[in-house]
Design a protein around this ligand. Sequence first.
Ligand code: APR
Length: 232
Amino acid sequence: MDRLAILTGAGVSAESGLGTFRDNDGLWDNYDPMEVASIDGWYRNRKKVLDFYNIRRKQLENAAPNEAHKLIASLEKRFKVDVITQNVDNLHERAGSTNVLHLHGELCKVRPENTFCEVDGFSEKEVYDVGYGEVHLGDKAPNGVQLRPHIVFFGEAVPNMTKAVEIVSKADMVLIVGTSLSVYPAASLYHYAPDSAPVYLIDPKAPGIADARIRHIKMVATDGMREFVKMI
Ligand code: APR
């Protein structure tokens, strides 16, 4: 069975009502990422960061997977699918995708603030699932240390990048859905695909980088996924 690597960004969850970062009125128009999503921001004002992710967890509780997530999950019947997502939401999993690798962390998980990413990520014993609950200053892990979001902050290493590169380097086809390809190292991932692997992009906007290799389906995720599933 052919291996299909699907790289997703905030655009795949836009039609579920979750905001993207860099579109008009996106998250980064309303929050300063260096204050709410960076390691310096965390040490400067933990409460502001905790509140930001508490709000996003509440939004996720009221969101549902859209047809793009569901069509991505349905492709597991035809391909060996690996979803590599920059998103911290759980909509791929809730849509039924079974191989989901989060590059930038997971919104519903937290860990003690004194755990740092090893080469191959974190030992699961250090990560706790809070579901859609809130985490506040003073909420501690069993080891007595303040809990922090299990999110890759700006300024931190991306623990699953090694695994992601290995997956893409063995892919027979790559599909990118809903990302501005503006944040590295995630944005560089598709370059690791073998020359023989076609690379498709579903996004209503042209990618910031001009790359003749990319076959662009200029549509929103739901329409583009219907088109892609018909085409392959
Ligand atoms: N369907 C498909 N794509 C869409 C839709 C939609 N309905 N709406 C918007 N898009 C596209 C935009 O055109 C854009 O290319 O989704 C992309 C969103 O880009 P960003 O907001 O930059 O989100 P993303 O690429 O996921 O950001 C990467 O930046 O801040 C960090 O950690 C954060 O993971 C995030 C990373």
